[in-house]
Design a protein around this ligand. Sequence first.
Ligand code: MN
Length: 300
Amino acid sequence: MTTTTQFIPVRRAVLGEGLSIDRALPSRQQRTIGAWCFLDHLGPVRVHNGQGGIDVGPHPHIGLQTFTWMIQGHIWHQDSLGFKQLIAPKQINLMTSGAGIVHTEETPTDAADEWLHSVQLWIALPEGHKDMAPDFVHYPSLPQFHHQGADVVVLVGALLGHASPVSVHSPLLAVELYAEAATTVTLPLQPEFEYGVLVLTGVADVNEHAGLDKQTLLYLPLGGEVMTVALGAGTRVFVVAGAPLAEPPLLWWNFVADDHEAVAQARADWAQGAPRFGSVDGYDGPRMTAPELVGRIKRA
Ligand code: MN
């Protein structure tokens, strides 16, 4: 947690088969925003006949919830609990790893020509929830309303009297704003939350910070009371917030944990095919291999 506004550079990362994504969290400047500990922005990229999208083979998670918000296109999810779910625009998939889960994410093979555009975030599970039972919930619709010329969707938490049904385990907020025509909106902030604002398409001014685009995650510290967002025509903005964590968790590969031992155990369990993780039926391809664990993992 820091006490000043920051401009966090979004960096390019490779997600498997030559597909690049834009990674906003974690960053050197800011490990977490509330319990949000990972923020990937995928696309928009063009999918032709099922090619050019994503194909993420079986891989494990611990200590987190994965949160997927679909903007355009479709992703086919399968997990070791037996859930098989197509996610479509304006829907959320929320997977709770608890002590262990495995999943796959693919562009459907029958996807026609379409754009693929989504964000995927990880939420660190708090103390007492890290070893909870794994779970998967698909949310087909979220509260949506018009506010000062923008379309607002409440993805997590509550805003202006609209509450999301998405179940999380710490105080969090996620909201999407979209403006068909240029407009300026004023949003109340929760002073006990830190905020991150990421432009997904277009350009926006946030408070006195002009010309923000998808290359920069704006971080606003605790204590804010109001946020003014000027959206250009066709601009889409993603806002996350939450109560700061006392200490950022360890992130290593696909694991979120409190200490090195928990990561090392999870790595060994995955390598040995321990029942803690289970397996995904119905995926045609190899499971992922964890990287070598060299030395002790430190909090960056
Ligand atoms: Mn995953």
